[in-house]
Write a new protein. Structure first.
Length: 451
């Protein structure tokens, strides 16, 4: 999915993250890091406690409002000379003042991103980690922009409080604290495990033609998502879809990665190879004293390079600074709250060395032929899938969400092919099978035990 759809004003651009002056661990964030860790702990340990989740969300909402307000102030000071004269009429603004404000913008964006990652985690748990449903929610979204204090917002909070007192509702999430829940305002989970999306209407809202058309479009999207969530079928980009689930847990490296992250708490840099195409390096920026860590990372890259012309891609945990529906929030990863907070605020950073050519070879070892590579789909500006593989009469498109899991979670090739191999073995008819998410196919498959 094209990530340009999520152009919240609070989110980083790639150019922001390449500005090396800012992409470092800031000691000024230490106290905030502790608070973020506490928020993550409550969201993980008290996820079944409706009152705890309600009170946590109220706290996240309050924090977001304060951070958004501060962010807007600093942006005005940096971008508008007249605003600077207005705020500081009796002094000369120096370069160090601009530098300080720019750093505050970066810090505020980092904190907002961390808060919304926690909000996303709350929502993921409410949806039972159903990635297929969550992805389809994302492709039915319109971005409303950052959380702001207005009459509609106040009405939504009162409504959230009312639902808190409904005994048949076991959990809820307010959409304003998330990145991806952009249709309607509140999601409810009932005792019978059904979900519902609530659009709160304010009496102050206008009633023009454009408003009525927007409400009608949103109503249709909500009805579709509710149907997908409760019945396992609906529409994705106007294509009828049906979900199928494998009763197996996918094979990833996340538990092993947590062990490496724990080692990184007391070392400046650690590395590990996890399979033939994926190597990991982690730096603890609070402990770095020299550049020797770069030598360790160069060694990993050399080890992961199997043939001379192999293309080794480099990714990092800094990628979570930019929301993408193709990545699971860090707050649901099986890491301790301390480590998640470190990653969200940049104290620890993960680097992923991914050998794309070796990744292709792993499919070929299992009898699959790569019939279209990533460079070709990129040249074609194809956003529906990353590459195509084929075995016998079955062709699979590997979508961005699945490719991302292979990188950031170390999802194994065998897990990717689990259902596809069953289709071939049982001789089922190829009905246009799409693995996990592919809006060009009718059948979408995911893991039942995926969390």
């Amino acid at each position: 999915m094209a990530e340009e759809k999520y152009k919240h004003t609070i989110h980083f651009k790639r150019s922001d993250l390449e500005y090396k002056k800012f992409v470092i661990w800031s000691p000024s964030q230490i106290e905030w890091r502790d608070i973020i860790e506490d928020y993550i702990y409550i969201s993980k340990v008290r996820s079944k406690n409706k009152l705890a989740m309600f009170k946590l969300q109220i706290e996240l909402i309050s924090t977001l409002l304060q951070l958004n307000d501060g962010l807007k102030t600093y942006i005005k000071l940096v971008e508008d000379p007249e605003e600077r004269k207005k705020e500081f009429p009796d002094r000369e603004i120096e370069e160090r003042d601009i530098d300080y404000w720019e750093k505050q913008i970066f810090n505020h964006k980092t904190l907002i991103n961390a808060i919304k990652d926690i909000g996303d985690g709350i929502a993921w748990r409410l949806f039972g980690f159903d990635r297929e449903l969550i992805y389809n929610i994302c492709i039915n979204n319109d971005d409303p922009g950052p959380l702001t204090l207005n009459q509609g917002f106040i009405t939504e909070l009162y409504t959230l409080g009312d639902y808190m007192n409904e005994p048949e509702i076991v959990n809820m999430v307010y959409h304003g604290i998330t990145n991806f829940l952009l249709i309607s305002d509140i999601t409810l989970l009932y005792q019978n495990e059904e979900i519902n999306f609530i659009e709160v209407k304010s009496k102050k809202t206008g009633r023009g033609q454009s408003w009525r058309e927007r409400i009608e479009r949103q109503k249709l999207r909500v009805e579709n998502i509710v149907k997908i969530g409760n019945e396992g079928e609906g529409f994705a980009v106007d294509v009828p879809i049906k979900f199928m689930y494998i009763d197996k847990k996918p094979e990833t490296i996340l538990n092993k990665l947590e062990t490496l992250l724990k080692r990184s708490l007391t070392k400046d840099a650690v590395t590990e190879l996890y399979n033939s195409y994926l190597g990991i390096g982690i730096v603890n920026l609070s402990l770095l004293a020299d550049d020797l860590w770069k030598q360790k990372f160069d060694k990993v890259k050399k080890q992961i390079t199997r043939e001379e012309k192999d293309f080794v891609m480099l990714f990092g945990s800094i990628d979570w600074e930019m929301f993408s529906p193709n990545k699971a929030p860090l707050s649901i990863h099986p890491f301790s709250p301390e480590i998640v907070a470190n990653l969200l605020l940049g104290k620890q950073k993960i680097f992923y060395f991914f050998n794309l050519d070796q990744f292709y070879r792993e499919f070929e070892k299992r009898g699959w032929k790569v019939i279209k590579t990533i460079d070709k789909t990129t040249a074609e500006k194809n956003t529906e899938f990353m590459f195509l593989i084929k075995k016998e009469k079955l062709t699979l498109s590997i979508p961005p969400a699945l490719f991302s899991r292979a990188i950031y979670e170390g999802l194994s090739v065998d897990s990717i092919l689990t259902y596809a191999e069953d289709v071939i073995k049982t001789g089922q008819k190829d009905e246009g099978f799409g693995l996990f998410i592919d809006s060009l196919k009718k059948n979408i498959c995911g893991f039942r035990a995926d969390q």
